[in-house]
Write a protein that binds this ligand. Structure first.
Ligand SMILES: Nc1ncnc2c1ncn2[C@@H]1O[C@H](COP(=O)(O)OP(=O)(O)OP(=O)(O)O)[C@@H](O)[C@H]1O
Ligand SMILES: [Mg+2]
Length: 617
């Protein structure tokens, strides 16, 4: 723009200079002609005066003086016929009027001074000399054109110099303007474009402040604005990062819906809960992701939150997993998300997976039922004991009644055996239920026998071969009831995993802690030739609620067992293999071995023990 201005200025200056020079040249010529006319008049006047005073010599003097004038090239006086009488330079005889000059003589009027040109560069003036009405001659003056050219040249020079100074001043002004206006504006323009192109990048900022004027202030204000924008963006990014991390790591499922009930935001936890990959949620509605009844119920909830603008709390939704077929329970809280006090933009829904809680409640109910059943069984056993004693005594008397003979005696002996079995069962039931509150020395063999006795029925049904390998005198210091519970869990699991004709090995002996050989104690193992476990299953068996027995198992058996073993300062170790990978030590392709170590000594609540390992092969 400034370059355009300068160009325009130079052009107009050029036109103005040309017009000025033309005008000035014209003026110079006009003045030169007037002066020429005046000089001829003056020579003519002086010649008339000299002739009137009868002093013709003075005419010559006047001519000479006129010839000395700076702008006069030549002056002369002729007679009326045109014969040269006086000249400013040289001799009159040597000078003759040119035909063009002679032609002027006839045209010169009385008082007129005639100015005429003799070719392009020669100008002359002529004036008639009259004394008392008689024409006495003509005064001629030829101007010195060099002098005029000099005059025009000086005008030209002055004009050019002025123009040059003007242009330099204009360029300087333009440069100063460019420095103080255009450059800051260009910098601002560049900055704005950079900001629009990549609002995140701050490489071009702050913009340089090159001038100390309003534009400099503007750039400073712009820099401050960009810095404050960057600060706000950083704050926003921090907040977004916080929200993202909260969303990603929340232990509850979070989903946000728009007015079309489409998902606008969802977190990983909900994706795990729904079993649908995270990327497939965005822009979708619930019926596209969840089973129809669940989706319908949730959609109705979201719709009602949009309509009522009020949150919905602790809605319980139940369903079944497509993959595992497991029942699940979700606790749902939905709330309106407002962007202005009166506008609900989204509805946020928080999903809490309450399946574990539900299952643990169920397990608790079950175990309470079991405990109650146990207590009932114990009280029944106790009540049976009294009549049983009477029956035993009566049978004894009957047995020793001398008159009794075969086969009646044989029947009495059989009855005595059966009553003896009933007594044993009631004794075992009572012993199993009774819990000691303090640890004590217990017989390992008795503990193992009591559990095997309890499972005798199932073992027989499955035709399982039981191998018992333990010293009847082996003792360990423990809460007998709890260790019995552990053994019962292990034997129960082994039977669950076994098929008809399987083998169960129960072994116990004195040993050392495999993690700390300095520690002595009792090590017992329960091994089976059942189905075995895949490594992923074996790695999770000690987790609470982990079970592969969907309908019959709670998944608490091994978890509780591990707690008990840790409480005794002991260790548990599992090895398992599934079929098809060669023979196991028991001669079968699959099987599982649980090994337990319980340390010696009165240390029922040893604090820190190595975490029980789980390994499978
Ligand atoms: N001897 C074993 N052979 C094969 N799998 C086993 C064996 N012992 C345990 N498991 C596996 O470990 C899982 C967890 O066992 P755990 O005793 O904790 O629970 P559960 O037997 O399923 O249920 P619960 O004992 O509460 O009735 C079992 O579901 C089973 O898959
Ligand atoms: Mg079990």
């Amino acid at each position: 723009m400034l370059a355009g201005l300068v160009l325009l200025e130079v052009l107009s200056l050029g036109v103005f200079g040309a017009l000025l020079i033309r005008q000035q040249t014209h003026q110079v010529y006009l003045h030169a002609n007037e002066r020429l006319a005046f000089q001829a008049s003056s020579v003519a006047l002086q010649a008339r005066e000299a002739l009137q005073q009868q002093r013709p010599g003075w005419v010559g003097l006047s001519v000479k003086m006129m010839g000395e004038a700076p702008d006069v090239d030549f002056a002369m006086v002729t007679d009326p016929a045109g014969n040269v009488l006086f000249v400013s330079q040289g001799e009159p005889e040597q000078k003759k009027l040119e035909p063009a000059e002679l032609a002027q003589i006839t045209q010169v009027r009385h008082e007129e001074t005639r100015v005429f040109s003799l070719g392009t560069d020669r100008w002359e003036s002529v004036k008639a000399i009259y004394t008392q009405g008689d024409l006495r001659g003509f005064a001629w003056v030829e101007t010195d054109r060099d002098w005029e050219h000099g005059q025009i040249g000086s005008i030209l020079h002055a004009t050019l110099l002025l123009g040059f100074i003007w242009i330099v001043a204009s360029v300087l002004l333009a440069w100063l303007m460019a420095r103080s206006i255009s450059r800051p504006l260009a910098i601002l323009h560049r900055g704005t474009r950079a900001l629009m192109r990549s609002p995140e990048s701050s490489g071009s900022f702050p913009l340089p402040v090159l001038v100390q004027n309003e534009f400099g202030d503007l750039i400073e204000a712009f820099n401050r604005m960009v810095a404050s924008l960057a600060e706000q963006r950083a704050g926003l990014n921090d907040t977004l990062a916080l929200l993202d991390s909260m969303l990603a790591n929340a232990i509850v499922g979070l989903v946000f819906f728009d007015h079309d009930l489409r998902i606008v935001r969802v977190n990983q936890r909900f994706s795990s809960m729904s079993g649908v990959p995270l990327s497939r949620h965005l822009g979708r509605t619930l019926p596209e992701l969840l089973p129809p009844p669940v989706a319908q119920e949730l959609e109705n909830t979201v719709r009602s939150v949009f309509a009522e603008q009020e949150p919905v709390h602790n809605l319980e939704i139940n369903g079944q997993s497509d993959i595992s077929g497991q029942q699940w329970t979700w606790l749902v809280n939905a709330y309106p998300v407002r962007t202005t006090p009166h506008k609900v933009r989204w509805v946020g829904v928080i999903f809490l997976d309450a399946s574990d809680r539900k299952r643990s409640e169920e397990a608790l109910r079950k175990s309470e039922k079991l405990a109650a059943t146990g207590r009932l069984a114990a009280s029944i056993a106790h009540e049976i004991n009294n009549p049983l004693e009477a029956v035993t005594n009566l049978l004894y008397l009957l047995h020793n009644y001398c008159k009794l003979q075969d086969p009646a005696l044989n029947y009495v002996v059989m009855a005595e055996h059966e009553v003896q079995r009933i007594a044993e069962i009631t004794q075992k039931t009572l012993r199993f239920y009774r819990q000691s509150t303090l640890p004590s020395r217990a017989s390992m063999a008795e503990l193992l026998d009591s559990v095997l006795g309890l499972y005798k029925g199932r073992l027989n049904t499955l035709n399982m071969q039981v191998e018992q390998d333990y010293d009847p005198a082996l003792e360990l210091f423990c809460f007998a009831g709890e260790i019995r519970q552990v053994i019962a869990n292990l034997v129960g699991n082994a039977i669950d995993a076994s098929s008809n004709g399987g083998r169960l090995l129960v072994r116990a002996r004195r040993s050392r802690n495999w993690a700390d050989p300095a520690q002595t104690g009792v090590r017992f193992a329960v091994a089976d030739t059942g189905a075995g476990m895949e490594p992923e299953v074996a790695a999770r068996v000690f987790e609470a609620f982990f079970t592969t027995k969907e309908l019959t198992g709670t998944g608490l058996g091994l978890w509780v067992s591990q707690e008990i073993i840790v409480k005794h300062g002991g260790l548990v170790h599992v090895r398992s293999r599934t079929g098809g990978q060669g023979e196991s030590s028991q001669g079968s392709a699959s099987g599982t071995v649980f090994q337990i170590f319980i340390p010696d000594g009165p240390q029922p609540a040893a604090p820190e023990v190595p975490a029980p390992g789980a390994e499978a092969n």
